[in-house]
Design a protein around this ligand. Structure first.
Ligand code: NAD
Length: 294
């Protein structure tokens, strides 16, 4: 049996990620505050522990997969760093703000631990298939130690720089995604108004300079990309509420650093209105239906 891994936060992403570690032969000591998540974890072969502190005991690596930075910091401050063996590698794969990521790193280092931020992209499907992209921030030697474990859950593992760099990469990438989905939606609506068919625009733009992931993987109109959420009633996929969360993180980072992100700001407002109109659970490509109504 390979080294034991602590896994805290067994939700939509955490459970399939931890399950892949079990399948690879690791003992996974899991914990989640929600009883239903613990029950599902036990069924997947995860050794469910009575608390987060119990989950880190005896583990060489501890992974957290939680909703936000406040919860990650709270968890780090409620005894798990003291319960772990000195030198344990803590990895936070949640998507959180850069400042909290750096604070979490500082707390772990002060307690004699190693620590990386290692957020992911690829969604629930990528988590289940073990094809996530990991973007890590922290010391090179800690990244080298983490990589073989991350490879059990992902297919692309990138060391982005020092602490917080993984979160910065994630936030910048998703700001591109939010903006580009709105751009693609606007182009299809403009095409409709000019009498150009969806398929004709797709056939041209998908192989021309307008090509992007929002067009070729998550095409916001039904038809051209059969697997896109638009063909499935805009069921996520990637829910608009999660896109808004990441865009808000981008604006927090922009405000903290003085970066000019005019389109990022506008995209955040557009998704905020969408979510506040009750559509947070809709795939983020559903924004095209709001654009049609402008
Ligand atoms: P989720 O809400 O399904 O899971 C989070 C889990 O953490 C829940 O089961 C919750 O009960 C648990 N939790 C909260 N506080 C806890 C605590 N103190 N101790 C133990 N467990 C606790 O969310 P998710 O979709 O799995 O996302 C997790 C993170 O991954 C988020 O930061 C999200 O932004 C990021 N992410 C999600 C996706 C996606 O497609 N869902 C994609 C990439 C990144």
């Amino acid at each position: 049996m390979s080294e034991a891994i602590g896994f805290i936060g067994l939700g939509n992403m955490g459970l399939p990620m931890a399950s892949n570690l079990v399948k690879a032969g690791h003992k996974v000591q899991g914990y989640d505050v929600v009883p239903a998540a613990r029950e599902a974890a036990a069924k997947a072969g995860i050794t469910v522990m009575a608390s987060a502190a119990e989950a880190v005991k005896g583990a060489g690596i501890v992974i957290t997969m939680l909703p936000n930075g406040k919860l990650v910091l709270e968890l780090y401050q409620t005894g798990i760093l003291q319960a772990a063996h000195p030198g344990t590698l803590f990895m936070d794969s949640s998507t959180i703000d850069i400042e909290s990521a750096r604070q979490a790193n500082a707390l772990a280092i002060a307690a004699g631990m190693k620590q990386l931020d290692a957020p992911v992209s690829g969604g629930v499907g990528g988590a289940a298939a073990g094809t996530l992209t990991f973007m890590a921030g922290g010391e090179e030697s800690d990244f080298a130690r983490a990589k073989p474990v991350l490879e059990l859950m992902g297919k692309k593992i990138v060391h982005c720089g020092g602490s917080g760099a993984g979160q910065a990469a994630k936030i910048c990438n998703n700001m591109i995604l939010g903006i580009s989905m709105i751009a693609v939606g606007e182009a299809f609506v403009l095409a409709e108004k000019t009498g150009l068919s969806h398929q004709a625009l797709y056939d041209v733009a998908s192989t021309a300079s307008g090509q992007c992931w929002s067009l070729t993987s998550y095409c916001p109109v039904p038809g051209p990309v059969p697997g896109s959420p638009a063909n499935n009633g805009y069921k996520p996929g990637f829910a608009a509420a999660l896109m808004l969360k990441d865009l808000l993180l981008s604006q927090e980072a922009a405000a903290a650093t003085g970066a000019a992100t005019a389109l990022g700001k506008h995209a955040t407002e557009i998704y905020k209105n969408f979510v506040e109109s009750g559509q947070g659970g809709v795939d983020f490509s559903g924004i095209i239906n709001t654009i049609r109504g402008y």
